[in-house]
Design a protein around this ligand. Structure first.
Ligand code: XMP
Length: 327
């Protein structure tokens, strides 16, 4: 199943009927591949792994074992949503691992961006592998590989490391039910499978999560300021009809302080930077200009509601020269 390719003449899945046909086809293919064996899936809550989970739940029910690792760098409400949608509503066999302390302890004092990424990636594999070893009789690993991953890895643009990284004793056969789909098709299929819109149309979110938006050495209080300000930004974008329109938007809380004044007293706190961008390929990015009233409202909410912030800044820099993320 792992060398299946997208047929050249395959119609773009852009309607509920085509999505339904794809779902039926995949359910048969999954059942034929795995029979009554168990399948393991790292469920991040991102679009691709969520759609894979929903497909496998339909195909094999309780024989799918989902593992949701909370590395402490997820956005506000994300782990709760994964549990609600998959365990409570879809009745999935879901193992939730809160590894926040483990990740944050390892990251304490580490300021180099690449080292931070390596620690987060490496620790993720370790936590997942530990959970996998606790389970008996699992022969398959499901992955949310999509067609652009295959094309990019064949073109040598990006190492496709979905599969990579697991220790050698964990030698699973891969199940990749959305492997021949483009991202827009994955969303149509996800919608047809009944996943909520804020999961299906979710903005891109980097694997290292809020860790790259808390530049330098991560501290719990500054990370919390990133998480809370991000939640306010997302809420306001949803209220103002920008959530489905702007490609990616988030906040960053850099590791420096400036003076301010609150209730007649001097403060010495962090700034919060808002970034909102549009793009098609993420190679070149333009900045979304927000209405003045919305900026004013965001400034007052963030200052009033997020401890440790005394200034709000807006990033007007396109890519190039700036990257989307701060590290
Ligand atoms: P940059 O900052 O390189 O970001 O302009 C381009 C896009 O990639 C996302 N990004 C990542 N995604 N792991 C990911 O899965 C990462 O380490 C990572 N770094 C950046 C970023 O959010 C943007 O959409």
């Amino acid at each position: 199943m792992t060398d299946i390719r997208r047929p050249d003449d395959m119609a773009r899945i852009n309607s509920p009927a085509l999505a339904q046909a794809f779902i039926e086809e995949q359910i048969s293919a999954i059942r034929a591949q795995v029979g009554d064996k168990k399948v393991l899936l790292a469920l991040s809550g991102g679009v691709d792994s969520s759609v894979v989970a929903a497909l496998l739940i339909k195909a094999i029910g309780q024989n799918l074992v989902c593992v949701h690792v909370n590395h402490g760098l997820l956005r506000k409400g994300e782990p709760e949503q994964v549990i609600r949608v998959f365990r409570d509503e879809m009745k999935a066999n879901l193992i939730y691992v809160d590894a926040t302390d483990r990740f944050l302890d390892k990251l304490a004092g580490v300021s180099d961006p690449e080292t931070k990424r390596k620690i987060i990636g490496g620790e993720f594999i370790e936590v997942f592998a530990e959970e996998a070893r606790k389970l008996d009789g699992i022969e398959f690993l499901a992955q949310g590989t999509i067609w652009p991953d295959i094309l990019e890895s064949e073109a040598g643009i990006k190492a496709h490391h979905n599969a990579g990284g697991l220790p050698e004793d964990l030698n699973f056969e891969l199940v990749e039910p959305v492997r021949i789909l483009f991202k827009d098709e994955v969303r149509v299929v996800g919608k047809e499978l009944g996943l909520p819109d804020n999961m299906v149309y979710r903005q891109p979110f980097p694997g290292p999560g809020l860790g790259v938006r808390c530049p330098g050495a991560i501290t719990r209080d500054r990370l919390e300021a990133v998480r809370e300000s991000d939640a306010i930004l997302r809420e306001e974008f949803e209220k103002n009809g920008l959530a489905g329109k702007v490609w990616q938007y988030f906040t960053v809380v850099p590791d420096f302080k400036s003076t301010g004044v609150k209730d007649g007293k001097r403060t010495f706190d962090w700034p919060c930077i808002i970034r909102a961008i549009n793009t098609t390929d993420v190679m070149e990015v333009t900045v979304e200009h927000l209405p003045d009233e919305l900026i004013d409202h965001l400034v007052s909410r963030i200052i009033a509601e997020v401890p440790g912030i005394n200034r709000v800044l807006y990033d007007f820099t396109p890519k190039p020269p700036a990257t989307v993320e701060y590290e």
